[in-house]
Design a protein around this ligand. Structure first.
Ligand code: FPP
Length: 264
């Protein structure tokens, strides 16, 4: 059985099940990353305060992560709070800071039941203690789960991540722990994402066409999918459309055209 939120013009449940069945026959992306954009506009369209959009966005995380788990994806990385988001109003920032606690308080039992594992990337040490504790506790409690890795990018910025990695490498070199040139593998191993494979598919909702300092190193060969749909309205069938689109593309990872590989 699938679960539905509120789309009234959805295809029937059966046809979504059929598409799900079809989709599983071709290669699925292993790791999908999402820039969840458009919460503010969703709220504005409904004459609600911006924070109502974030709350609805949080509810949607539940829907999409359950669906990704059901599809059998390995990892879902969600851009939940960027290092630039501190510039928003005090009220909005403090609301966003509380959402991980709220989400995990409500859904941790379900994440356990569904065998999902929570991890995070970003400068978690710089967020309020209670937010940190909620995320760390969820990571600890779910650490042996083998289903979808639900990765929250929280207080995350790609440039900051790369600088932290570089500075660690400089320290390692000073301490004689580096006995050769820095390779891509060594650099990757110093990033917050060290334990994850690079995303195969990046989705950004709400019609914006930018990366906004998200996973700049890790997205080198990733397929991009942009949709006008606002994050709170991005439901299972939208996610399926993104994956179907991904499956229609031939991924060639920099090799030669005609030999299953691409020039660029
Ligand atoms: C961008 O939309 C969205 C964010 C800055 C926050 C995303 C956060 C969530 C979806 C919920 C996080 C929940 C957990 C559990 C961590 P926007 O506000 O910039 O939208 P706009 O461009 O329409 O104004």
């Amino acid at each position: 059985m699938l679960w539905f939120k509120k789309k009234t013009n959805s295809l029937s449940q059966q046809s979504l099940e059929d598409r799900l069945h079809e989709i599983k026959k071709s290669a699925l992306p292993k790791h999908v990353a999402i820039i969840m954009d458009g919460n503010g506009r969703w709220a504005k369209n409904k004459l609600l305060p911006r924070i109502a959009g974030h709350r609805e966005g949080m509810e949607n995380i539940r829907i999409i992560s359950r669906f990704a788990n059901k599809l059998g994806l390995k990892a879902l990385t969600l851009y939940a709070f960027s290092t630039e988001n501190w510039k928003r109003s005090k009220e909005e920032v403090s609301y966003l800071m509380k959402l991980p606690e709220e989400f995990l308080e409500q859904f941790l039992p379900e994440l356990m039941e569904l065998n999902m594992r929570v991890i995070s990337i970003g400068e978690i040490g710089l967020v309020p203690d209670s937010t940190q504790q909620a995320i760390q506790n969820a990571a600890e409690v779910t650490k042996n789960n083998t289903g979808l890795i639900l990765n929250f990018a929280f207080n995350y910025g790609s440039r900051a991540e790369m600088l932290i990695a570089m500075n660690q490498l400089v320290e390692d070199a000073k301490n004689g722990l580096l006995d050769g040139p820095v390779t891509e593998e060594i650099f990757s191993s110093k990033l917050f994402t060290a334990e994850l494979e690079d995303p195969d598919l990046l989705i950004r909702t709400s019609g914006e066409l930018r990366l906004s300092n998200f996973l700049l190193w890790q997205l080198a060969y990733t397929e991009f999918y942009f949709t006008e749909t606002l994050w709170p309205e991005f439901l299972e069938e939208d996610f399926l459309m993104a994956i179907e689109d991904f499956q229609r593309r031939e991924r060639r990872l920099g090799g030669r055209i005609g030999e299953g590989e691409d020039k660029h």
